[in-house]
Design a protein around this ligand. Sequence first.
Ligand code: SF4
Ligand code: SF4
Length: 457
Amino acid sequence: MKKDFELKEKTAINFLKKYNKNAYVCFSGGKDSLVALDLAIKGGIDNVVFCDTTMEFQETLDYIRRVEEFYDIRVESVTAPVPFFELVYKIGVPSRRLRWCCKVYKFSPLAVFARENKVKSYITGLRSEENVRRKHYSKNDENHLIDSKQINPILDWSSQDIWDYIMRNNLPVNPLYNLGFKRIGCWPCPFKSKVDWSLIKKFFPDKSKLLDKTLRSILKNCEGVGIKNLDDFIKNFKWTAYSRPQNSELQGKIEFIDGTSLIHLENTSDLKKVEKIIPILSKEYEVIRNSIMIKSKLRKQSLKILVEKALNCVGCGTCVAFCKSLRIERNHLVVDSQNCTSCLRCIKTSTMRGACIMRNFSPYRIEIGTCQNFSVENEIPSLNSRVGLIRTRAKLEDIIEKLEKHAEIKKFTQYVSIKNGKLSATAYKSRGYVEIKIYPNNNDLEITMNYFRGIIT
Ligand code: SF4
Ligand code: SF4
């Protein structure tokens, strides 16, 4: 038995020696990462990083200092730009089905740290026994959000192996284990067991009350939306598996006119948010009142994702993990247009579900509509031009239905006349299209055209 154990230890140390160049141990303060750290130190690796998720127990933070003293090492600390409870009110409480927190508070800070410190591998205390998904992990693995290897030297160790190793080597353990906790780490973790929740209630009543208050405040309007009774929902930890349905709010429109792409938004402050990241897709653009005109025809889906990312962004910082050309400024994503190579990694849904934490998880997602039917004949009308022409594949009857609330409509055999305080227009069928000639009542054709498109799309 002893021989088996020594073999396991030796194998892990020899394995780690292969990765000791620019490797960092991810130390969480738990028993598994303590063993990984001890083995790594024996393998010649004493770089250590701790992810401060802003939801740590004070006992864990104090324990990190003890570990530093015990090994005579320095444990670097990384964190996300926004505190947990600030994001909880915007995105929702993390649950087993809404697991946004690890990306924001673990993967992203580690990715940034790896980039800044040229970290080649992260050593973890991951064990396959812990959950089914981890059975598919390998000892030399990857995380698609982090550009460095993930080395899992104790993947095949059992919980008993871990405790045996700690005892034999007389390692200092997190005092939370002495209170009975099975899991260390973020205290409001939805993966905690009922026993751990009862321990939190007993030993950390303030935390328990804070979570209760937050859940009540966030979920108070959700009774009837997958929640029958809020008290029961909170008391019996049903929130840990809850995913609130998404509501979308449409705040603008994308359209493609001949060779250009246009983004129209109701609000100019939203336009500024989009402008901050539009160079990801194109550096050739112009802002015209409530619209951004890009001088090329872009892919509809890429444009939609980019605009929705900009409009939904709460500055969680996850995007910064993808690229050093991205940064967070006043809670919003900004791109450094000089350095962005338009590789599009940051707007791909294969990199991150929904390409944005908020866009993917938030129950209050902002959307942008798209339409592709329109073409204006006098390409970009000059402000001196008096007539605009829209050509569309939409049905004349549908257009009339949309216009009826906004203008006086008169139908004639060959055409339809449209009039209101802002414009006069005629619409008629022509070679499979509907063409609409627009005559503004003021001198601003562009504004009138945008106003008209806004009604009929
Ligand atoms: S765009 Fe989305 S994922 Fe990126 S920082 Fe903003 S909220 Fe986070
Ligand atoms: S990931 Fe690519 S597209 Fe996004 S900011 Fe960086 S260089 Fe630009």
